[in-house]
Write a protein that binds this ligand. Structure first.
Ligand code: NAD
Ligand code: DAU
Length: 339
């Protein structure tokens, strides 16, 4: 099987590439990535010489380029991780989110129609369901929860989901969609909560928590997400949506305190800052469908996964330092300078 993995130089796509090359030595992986600020070839360094792996730099929204790639590679399966993925950036600059997340997905779908594939899998997010109240711990997102987006990021992801489903219904394209909760683990860009807090704590910088830190996320160790996507692609039902998450809910304040404790740093580093506009209160996934139909369940609980993640950042300090030392400083100043 030949698989095009888009966005494979990013966090989850990168972890997926490593996972697939380890698990399926008979398969070929072609990684298509634009190498935006969020993509890094360092993430793929250890697989660059693998004969079953090929890296191609390009934009999923560049139609002639994508068609040529399909013509040359003749892939069986496309797994679309490529996206602009950070909510805060979508609030300050929505345009690129529409271009990559919606137009880019449309181009990939058209290429799949034109050249034929056995599966197009869209890596989506639980953010398409909006949020849940903090005082209703009995409520969870199921696949039937209505789409109700909050940020330009989630609106762009919901739009691409709708396109994917439309191409299935109208053109019978063999698609699947997964909607996962918050991931954490190796290679996550330090704009997201967990790696940002680890990076700041390591450098004794203030840890900026939005509002009072009461918002809740449902954390999933990235490898569990990779296993779930692989299962859906191989055994999932065409045309279906699968939620992925593992009942590991934590408030942001709890997450940050855990990181500080693990690193032996003082809670005095915590700083409460102005809230994110439109900030979603709580995400929580009901994974009954993927568990019942495909037998998936998470294997790493948060208390263990966060230790593994912190250890990875300590062991791979140069990966983190290379990001923090560049353009990231301007981003950080813009987002947090006057907050
Ligand atoms: P990321 O920002 O770490 O990586 C995105 C990758 O896509 C980068 O390598 C980037 O260079 C590439 N890319 C961006 N625009 C591109 C374009 N136009 N053409 C080709 N490549 C492009 O993102 P991530 O956190 O790894 O998320 C991957 C996917 O999973 C996204 O679709 C995201 O919506 C979804 N998702 C993320 C989470 C999470 O917690 N991070 C949870 C659920 C779903
Ligand atoms: O649920 C899946 C989604 O999870 C993915 O679709 C997104 O791509 C991914 O970025 C993530 O979205 P969030 O907005 O939940 O993740 P983020 O890491 O940006 O923030 C997590 C929580 O932490 C959120 O409540 C905001 C808060 N936060 C975040 C940052 C960066 C802070 O309090 N301070 C911060 O500096």
């Amino acid at each position: 099987m030949k698989i095009i993995v888009t966005g494979g130089a990013g966090f989850i796509g990168g972890n997926f590439v490593h996972y697939m090359l380890e698990e399926y030595p008979q398969d070929k992986i072609v990684c298509l990535d634009k190498l935006t600020y969020a993509g890094s070839l360092e993430t793929l360094e250890s697989v660059m010489d693998n004969p079953n792996f090929k890296f191609v730099k390009g934009d999923i929204a560049d139609r002639p380029f994508v068609y040529k790639l399909f013509e040359e590679e003749k892939p069986d399966v496309i797994i679309n991780f490529a996206a602009e993925s950070h909510v805060d950036r979508s609030i300050t600059d929505p345009d690129v989110f529409l271009q990559t997340n919606i137009m880019g997905t449309a181009v990939l779908l058209d290429a799949c129609r034109k050249y034929g594939i056995t599966r197009f899998h869209q890596v989506s997010t639980d953010e398409v369901y909006g949020d849940l109240p903090l005082d209703r711990p009995d409520m969870f997102f199921t696949e039937e929860t209505p789409i109700h987006t909050s940020s330009p990021y989630s609106a762009s992801k919901a739009s691409s989901d709708l396109l994917v489903l439309a191409y299935h219904r109208t053109y019978k394209l063999p698609v699947t969609i997964s909607r996962c909760s918050n991931n954490y683990g190796p290679y996550q860009f330090p704009e997201k909560l967990i790696p940002l807090m680890i990076a700041n704590a390591l450098n004794d910088k203030p840890l900026p928590i939005y509002n009072k830190g009461e918002n809740v996320r449902d954390w999933l160790y990235v490898r569990d997400h990779c296993v779930a996507i692989d299962l859906i692609v191989r055994k999932g039902t065409v045309g279906e949506v699968y939620n992925i998450g593992g009942h590991n809910e934590r408030t942001n304040l709890e997450v940050v305190k855990t990181i500080l404790k693990e690193l032996g740093k003082s809670e005095d580093l915590i700083t409460f800052v102005t809230d994110r506009p439109g900030h979603d209160r709580r995400y929580a996934i009901d994974p009954t469908k993927i568990n019942r139909e495909l037998g998936w369940e998470p294997t790493t609980l948060f208390d263990e996964g966060i230790k593994m993640t912190i250890k990875w950042y300590l062991d791979n300090k140069s990966w983190l330092d290379n990001i923090i030392s560049g353009e990231y400083q301007n981003y950080y100043e813009k987002m947090y300078g006057n907050r």
